[in-house]
Write a protein that binds this ligand. Sequence first.
Ligand code: A2P
Length: 348
Amino acid sequence: KEINVAILGATGAVGTELIDLLDRRNFPIANLKLLASGRSAGKSLTFKGESLTVEEVTQESFQGIDLVLASAGGSTSKAWAQTIVDAGAVMVDNSSAFRMNPQVPLVVPEINPTAASQHQGIIANPNCTTILMGMAVYPLHQIQPVKRLVVATYQSASGAGARAMEEVKIQAQAILNDQTPTAEILPYPLAFNLFPHNSALNELGYCEEEMKMVNETRKIFGDPNIRISATCVRVPVLRAHSEAINLEFDAPFSVDQAKAILNNAPGVKVVEDWQRNYFPMPIDATGQDDVLVGRIRQDLSHPCGLELWLCGDQIRKGAALNAIQIGELLLQENLLHPSKTVAVSVGQ
Ligand code: A2P
Protein backbone atom coordinates (compact mmCIF):
# COMPACT_ATOMS: atom_id res chain seq x y z
CA LYS A 1 0.00 0.00 0.00
CA GLU A 2 1.30 3.44 -0.91
CA ILE A 3 0.82 6.33 1.46
CA ASN A 4 0.95 10.12 1.38
CA VAL A 5 3.99 11.51 3.16
CA ALA A 6 4.92 15.08 4.12
CA ILE A 7 8.33 16.26 5.23
CA LEU A 8 8.19 19.28 7.52
CA GLY A 9 11.60 20.99 7.31
CA ALA A 10 12.34 19.53 3.86
CA THR A 11 15.09 22.03 3.06
CA GLY A 12 17.22 21.31 6.15
CA ALA A 13 20.14 18.95 6.65
CA VAL A 14 17.87 16.14 7.88
CA GLY A 15 15.02 17.04 5.51
CA THR A 16 17.13 16.62 2.38
CA GLU A 17 18.48 13.32 3.71
CA LEU A 18 14.90 12.16 4.33
CA ILE A 19 14.05 12.85 0.67
CA ASP A 20 17.07 10.88 -0.48
CA LEU A 21 16.48 7.93 1.86
CA LEU A 22 12.76 7.63 1.05
CA ASP A 23 13.83 7.08 -2.55
CA ARG A 24 16.72 4.74 -1.78
CA ARG A 25 14.70 2.57 0.60
CA ASN A 26 11.81 2.44 -1.84
CA PHE A 27 9.42 3.71 0.76
CA PRO A 28 5.90 3.11 -0.62
CA ILE A 29 4.90 6.70 -1.40
CA ALA A 30 1.84 7.79 -3.37
CA ASN A 31 2.55 11.50 -2.90
CA LEU A 32 5.39 13.37 -1.24
CA LYS A 33 4.78 16.90 0.02
CA LEU A 34 7.75 19.11 0.90
CA LEU A 35 7.08 21.72 3.58
CA ALA A 36 9.25 24.44 5.11
CA SER A 37 8.92 28.06 6.17
CA GLY A 38 7.90 30.90 3.86
CA ARG A 39 11.63 31.54 3.28
CA SER A 40 11.97 28.40 1.15
CA ALA A 41 8.53 28.35 -0.50
CA GLY A 42 8.88 27.93 -4.26
CA LYS A 43 12.30 26.30 -4.05
CA SER A 44 12.69 23.04 -6.06
CA LEU A 45 14.04 19.77 -4.70
CA THR A 46 14.39 16.47 -6.57
CA PHE A 47 12.67 13.23 -5.53
CA LYS A 48 13.03 10.11 -7.71
CA GLY A 49 14.30 12.29 -10.56
CA GLU A 50 11.25 14.54 -10.37
CA SER A 51 11.34 18.17 -9.35
CA LEU A 52 9.05 18.98 -6.41
CA THR A 53 8.24 22.49 -5.18
CA VAL A 54 8.67 23.32 -1.51
CA GLU A 55 5.52 24.78 0.04
CA GLU A 56 5.10 26.97 3.09
CA VAL A 57 3.44 24.99 5.87
CA THR A 58 -0.19 26.09 6.48
CA GLN A 59 -3.29 24.82 8.30
CA GLU A 60 -4.30 22.94 5.13
CA SER A 61 -0.92 21.29 4.49
CA PHE A 62 -1.70 18.00 6.22
CA GLN A 63 -5.10 17.18 4.71
CA GLY A 64 -4.93 13.70 3.17
CA ILE A 65 -1.45 13.06 4.57
CA ASP A 66 -0.82 9.71 6.32
CA LEU A 67 2.68 10.26 7.71
CA VAL A 68 4.56 13.45 8.59
CA LEU A 69 8.31 13.30 9.06
CA ALA A 70 9.12 16.48 10.97
CA SER A 71 12.57 17.97 11.29
CA ALA A 72 12.11 21.71 11.58
CA GLY A 73 13.01 22.34 15.22
CA GLY A 74 11.07 22.04 18.47
CA SER A 75 8.99 25.19 18.21
CA THR A 76 7.79 24.30 14.69
CA SER A 77 6.89 20.78 15.85
CA LYS A 78 4.95 22.14 18.80
CA ALA A 79 3.17 24.65 16.59
CA TRP A 80 1.95 22.01 14.10
CA ALA A 81 1.53 18.78 16.11
CA GLN A 82 -2.16 19.34 16.90
CA THR A 83 -2.98 20.22 13.27
CA ILE A 84 -1.14 17.11 12.06
CA VAL A 85 -2.91 14.79 14.52
CA ASP A 86 -6.30 16.41 13.82
CA ALA A 87 -5.75 15.74 10.11
CA GLY A 88 -5.42 12.02 10.94
CA ALA A 89 -1.73 11.77 10.14
CA VAL A 90 0.95 10.26 12.35
CA MET A 91 3.86 12.57 13.15
CA VAL A 92 7.36 11.16 13.52
CA ASP A 93 9.08 14.07 15.19
CA ASN A 94 12.81 14.58 15.07
CA SER A 95 12.81 17.48 17.51
CA SER A 96 13.12 17.28 21.29
CA ALA A 97 9.64 18.78 21.80
CA PHE A 98 7.80 15.59 22.82
CA ARG A 99 10.55 13.07 23.57
CA MET A 100 10.06 12.95 27.33
CA ASN A 101 6.26 13.22 27.17
CA PRO A 102 4.97 9.98 28.78
CA GLN A 103 2.23 9.73 26.12
CA VAL A 104 4.77 9.81 23.29
CA PRO A 105 6.83 6.72 22.45
CA LEU A 106 10.54 7.39 21.94
CA VAL A 107 11.67 4.75 19.47
CA VAL A 108 14.82 3.20 18.06
CA PRO A 109 13.44 0.30 15.97
CA GLU A 110 16.40 -1.99 16.77
CA ILE A 111 15.90 -1.40 20.51
CA ASN A 112 12.24 -0.84 21.46
CA PRO A 113 10.05 -1.39 18.38
CA THR A 114 7.07 -2.47 20.46
CA ALA A 115 6.85 0.97 22.11
CA ALA A 116 5.60 2.36 18.78
CA SER A 117 2.26 0.57 19.17
CA GLN A 118 1.41 2.84 22.11
CA HIS A 119 1.41 6.00 20.02
CA GLN A 120 -1.45 8.49 20.06
CA GLY A 121 -0.52 10.30 16.87
CA ILE A 122 3.04 11.32 17.69
CA ILE A 123 6.23 9.25 17.88
CA ALA A 124 9.49 10.91 18.83
CA ASN A 125 12.82 10.24 17.20
CA PRO A 126 15.53 10.38 19.87
CA ASN A 127 18.49 12.73 20.02
CA CYS A 128 21.25 11.76 17.58
CA THR A 129 24.01 10.98 20.11
CA THR A 130 21.48 8.98 22.16
CA ILE A 131 20.46 6.83 19.17
CA LEU A 132 24.08 6.10 18.20
CA MET A 133 25.04 5.20 21.78
CA GLY A 134 21.97 3.01 22.24
CA MET A 135 22.76 1.04 19.08
CA ALA A 136 26.10 -0.08 20.55
CA VAL A 137 25.16 -0.33 24.23
CA TYR A 138 21.72 -1.97 24.15
CA PRO A 139 22.86 -5.32 22.68
CA LEU A 140 25.34 -5.62 25.58
CA HIS A 141 22.82 -4.32 28.13
CA GLN A 142 20.40 -7.08 27.10
CA ILE A 143 23.00 -9.73 28.01
CA GLN A 144 24.18 -8.07 31.23
CA PRO A 145 22.54 -4.86 32.46
CA VAL A 146 24.78 -1.82 32.36
CA LYS A 147 25.04 -0.36 35.84
CA ARG A 148 26.84 2.85 34.97
CA LEU A 149 27.77 4.51 31.69
CA VAL A 150 30.20 7.41 31.19
CA VAL A 151 30.37 8.94 27.73
CA ALA A 152 32.21 11.77 25.98
CA THR A 153 30.96 12.87 22.57
CA TYR A 154 32.73 14.41 19.58
CA GLN A 155 29.80 15.92 17.68
CA SER A 156 29.88 17.19 14.12
CA ALA A 157 28.56 20.48 12.78
CA SER A 158 25.63 18.72 11.06
CA GLY A 159 23.88 18.44 14.42
CA ALA A 160 23.48 22.23 14.34
CA GLY A 161 21.93 22.10 10.84
CA ALA A 162 22.82 22.68 7.22
CA ARG A 163 23.76 26.31 7.76
CA ALA A 164 26.22 25.39 10.53
CA MET A 165 27.96 22.96 8.14
CA GLU A 166 28.34 25.77 5.61
CA GLU A 167 29.62 28.10 8.31
CA VAL A 168 32.42 25.70 9.30
CA LYS A 169 33.62 25.58 5.67
CA ILE A 170 33.61 29.38 5.48
CA GLN A 171 35.48 29.58 8.80
CA ALA A 172 38.09 27.08 7.57
CA GLN A 173 38.54 29.07 4.38
CA ALA A 174 38.98 32.29 6.38
CA ILE A 175 41.65 30.72 8.59
CA LEU A 176 43.52 29.36 5.54
CA ASN A 177 43.46 32.92 4.17
CA ASP A 178 44.92 34.26 7.46
CA GLN A 179 41.64 35.96 8.32
CA THR A 180 39.76 35.84 11.61
CA PRO A 181 36.78 33.45 11.36
CA THR A 182 33.34 34.69 12.39
CA ALA A 183 30.45 32.71 13.87
CA GLU A 184 26.75 33.45 13.41
CA ILE A 185 24.94 30.10 13.46
CA LEU A 186 27.41 28.42 15.81
CA PRO A 187 28.23 30.19 19.09
CA TYR A 188 32.00 30.23 18.46
CA PRO A 189 34.32 29.48 15.54
CA LEU A 190 34.43 25.69 15.13
CA ALA A 191 36.95 25.27 12.30
CA PHE A 192 40.33 24.22 13.80
CA ASN A 193 38.68 24.47 17.22
CA LEU A 194 36.16 22.69 19.44
CA PHE A 195 33.86 23.70 22.27
CA PRO A 196 31.62 22.06 24.88
CA HIS A 197 28.06 21.72 23.56
CA ASN A 198 26.35 25.09 23.88
CA SER A 199 22.84 23.99 24.92
CA ALA A 200 21.41 25.44 28.15
CA LEU A 201 23.14 24.42 31.39
CA ASN A 202 21.28 23.14 34.45
CA GLU A 203 22.08 23.80 38.11
CA LEU A 204 24.34 20.74 38.23
CA GLY A 205 26.48 22.04 35.36
CA TYR A 206 25.18 19.62 32.70
CA CYS A 207 23.94 20.96 29.38
CA GLU A 208 20.66 19.93 27.74
CA GLU A 209 22.40 17.71 25.19
CA GLU A 210 24.07 15.78 28.03
CA MET A 211 20.78 15.41 29.91
CA LYS A 212 19.11 14.12 26.72
CA MET A 213 21.64 11.27 26.69
CA VAL A 214 20.76 10.48 30.33
CA ASN A 215 16.97 10.75 30.21
CA GLU A 216 16.27 9.53 26.67
CA THR A 217 18.50 6.45 27.08
CA ARG A 218 16.63 5.50 30.25
CA LYS A 219 13.28 5.87 28.45
CA ILE A 220 14.34 3.92 25.33
CA PHE A 221 15.98 1.11 27.35
CA GLY A 222 12.98 1.07 29.71
CA ASP A 223 15.47 1.17 32.57
CA PRO A 224 15.16 4.15 34.93
CA ASN A 225 18.04 2.92 37.08
CA ILE A 226 20.91 3.01 34.61
CA ARG A 227 23.39 5.66 35.82
CA ILE A 228 24.72 7.86 33.03
CA SER A 229 27.07 10.84 32.91
CA ALA A 230 27.89 12.59 29.63
CA THR A 231 30.21 15.31 28.36
CA CYS A 232 29.14 16.61 24.94
CA VAL A 233 31.59 18.46 22.73
CA ARG A 234 31.19 20.00 19.27
CA VAL A 235 34.17 19.21 17.00
CA PRO A 236 35.12 20.49 13.52
CA VAL A 237 33.78 17.47 11.64
CA LEU A 238 31.09 18.09 9.02
CA ARG A 239 28.86 15.07 9.64
CA ALA A 240 29.05 11.87 11.73
CA HIS A 241 29.41 11.97 15.49
CA SER A 242 31.91 10.00 17.58
CA GLU A 243 31.63 8.81 21.17
CA ALA A 244 33.99 7.34 23.76
CA ILE A 245 31.91 5.12 26.05
CA ASN A 246 32.82 3.49 29.35
CA LEU A 247 30.46 0.81 30.64
CA GLU A 248 30.33 -0.73 34.10
CA PHE A 249 28.52 -4.00 34.73
CA ASP A 250 27.85 -6.00 37.91
CA ALA A 251 30.24 -8.74 36.80
CA PRO A 252 33.08 -8.91 34.26
CA PHE A 253 31.99 -8.81 30.59
CA SER A 254 34.50 -10.53 28.34
CA VAL A 255 35.83 -8.52 25.41
CA ASP A 256 35.43 -11.50 23.08
CA GLN A 257 31.81 -11.92 24.03
CA ALA A 258 31.14 -8.19 23.60
CA LYS A 259 32.70 -8.30 20.11
CA ALA A 260 30.68 -11.35 19.14
CA ILE A 261 27.45 -9.70 20.32
CA LEU A 262 28.18 -6.44 18.51
CA ASN A 263 29.17 -8.33 15.35
CA ASN A 264 25.66 -9.79 15.28
CA ALA A 265 23.79 -6.67 16.36
CA PRO A 266 21.55 -5.19 13.64
CA GLY A 267 22.70 -1.78 12.40
CA VAL A 268 26.13 -2.14 14.05
CA LYS A 269 29.44 -2.94 12.36
CA VAL A 270 32.59 -3.74 14.32
CA VAL A 271 35.55 -1.95 12.71
CA GLU A 272 38.88 -2.90 14.25
CA ASP A 273 42.32 -3.49 12.82
CA TRP A 274 44.63 -3.47 15.82
CA GLN A 275 47.76 -4.00 13.65
CA ARG A 276 47.13 -0.86 11.64
CA ASN A 277 45.59 1.13 14.49
CA TYR A 278 42.54 1.50 12.27
CA PHE A 279 39.25 2.12 14.05
CA PRO A 280 35.97 3.96 13.33
CA MET A 281 36.42 7.46 11.93
CA PRO A 282 33.76 10.05 11.01
CA ILE A 283 34.83 10.06 7.37
CA ASP A 284 34.18 6.31 7.17
CA ALA A 285 30.85 6.55 9.00
CA THR A 286 29.61 9.36 6.74
CA GLY A 287 26.91 8.14 4.36
CA GLN A 288 26.70 4.75 6.12
CA ASP A 289 23.58 3.32 7.73
CA ASP A 290 25.54 1.28 10.29
CA VAL A 291 27.03 2.58 13.52
CA LEU A 292 30.74 1.71 13.46
CA VAL A 293 32.11 0.38 16.77
CA GLY A 294 35.71 -0.40 17.68
CA ARG A 295 38.47 -0.26 20.27
CA ILE A 296 36.39 -2.66 22.37
CA ARG A 297 38.61 -3.34 25.35
CA GLN A 298 38.66 -4.18 29.04
CA ASP A 299 38.65 -1.10 31.28
CA LEU A 300 42.01 -1.46 33.00
CA SER A 301 40.75 0.58 35.97
CA HIS A 302 37.79 -1.71 36.70
CA PRO A 303 37.32 -5.51 36.49
CA CYS A 304 33.67 -5.14 35.45
CA GLY A 305 34.27 -2.38 32.93
CA LEU A 306 34.39 -2.16 29.12
CA GLU A 307 35.61 0.68 26.93
CA LEU A 308 34.43 1.28 23.40
CA TRP A 309 34.53 3.87 20.66
CA LEU A 310 31.95 4.55 17.98
CA CYS A 311 31.22 6.73 14.97
CA GLY A 312 27.83 7.07 13.31
CA ASP A 313 26.33 9.30 10.68
CA GLN A 314 24.38 11.86 12.67
CA ILE A 315 22.10 12.69 9.75
CA ARG A 316 21.47 9.01 8.83
CA LYS A 317 20.99 6.71 11.82
CA GLY A 318 21.18 9.71 14.16
CA ALA A 319 18.13 11.28 12.50
CA ALA A 320 16.68 10.63 9.03
CA LEU A 321 17.23 6.87 8.79
CA ASN A 322 15.82 6.22 12.26
CA ALA A 323 12.74 8.32 11.45
CA ILE A 324 12.15 6.42 8.20
CA GLN A 325 12.63 3.09 9.98
CA ILE A 326 9.91 4.19 12.42
CA GLY A 327 7.72 4.94 9.38
CA GLU A 328 8.48 1.47 7.99
CA LEU A 329 7.60 -0.06 11.36
CA LEU A 330 4.28 1.81 11.42
CA LEU A 331 3.45 0.43 7.97
CA GLN A 332 4.58 -3.08 8.79
CA GLU A 333 2.63 -3.24 12.05
CA ASN A 334 -0.37 -1.44 10.60
CA LEU A 335 -0.02 1.40 13.11
CA LEU A 336 -0.96 4.29 10.83
CA HIS A 337 -4.52 5.56 11.22
CA PRO A 338 -5.07 4.12 14.70
CA SER A 339 -8.72 4.15 15.73
CA LYS A 340 -7.94 6.57 18.52
CA THR A 341 -5.68 9.53 17.79
CA VAL A 342 -5.99 11.51 20.96
CA ALA A 343 -3.55 14.34 20.68
CA VAL A 344 -1.10 14.54 23.55
CA SER A 345 -0.99 17.80 25.43
CA VAL A 346 0.87 19.67 22.74
CA GLY A 347 0.70 23.04 24.41
CA GLN A 348 3.73 22.46 26.64
P1 A2P B 1 13.58 26.96 5.78
O1 A2P B 1 14.49 26.52 4.65
O2 A2P B 1 12.33 27.56 5.23
O3 A2P B 1 14.27 27.80 6.81
P2 A2P B 1 18.35 22.73 9.63
O4 A2P B 1 18.15 21.85 10.82
O5 A2P B 1 19.26 22.17 8.60
O6 A2P B 1 18.68 24.13 10.04
O7 A2P B 1 16.89 22.82 8.90
C1 A2P B 1 15.73 23.33 9.51
C2 A2P B 1 14.52 23.06 8.62
O8 A2P B 1 13.37 23.52 9.31
C3 A2P B 1 14.52 23.82 7.30
O9 A2P B 1 13.90 23.03 6.32
C4 A2P B 1 13.70 25.04 7.62
O10 A2P B 1 13.06 25.62 6.50
C5 A2P B 1 12.66 24.45 8.51
N1 A2P B 1 12.03 25.47 9.35
C6 A2P B 1 12.64 26.30 10.23
N2 A2P B 1 11.72 27.11 10.82
C7 A2P B 1 10.51 26.78 10.29
C8 A2P B 1 9.17 27.26 10.48
N3 A2P B 1 8.89 28.23 11.34
N4 A2P B 1 8.18 26.68 9.76
C9 A2P B 1 8.45 25.69 8.88
N5 A2P B 1 9.69 25.19 8.66
C10 A2P B 1 10.71 25.73 9.35
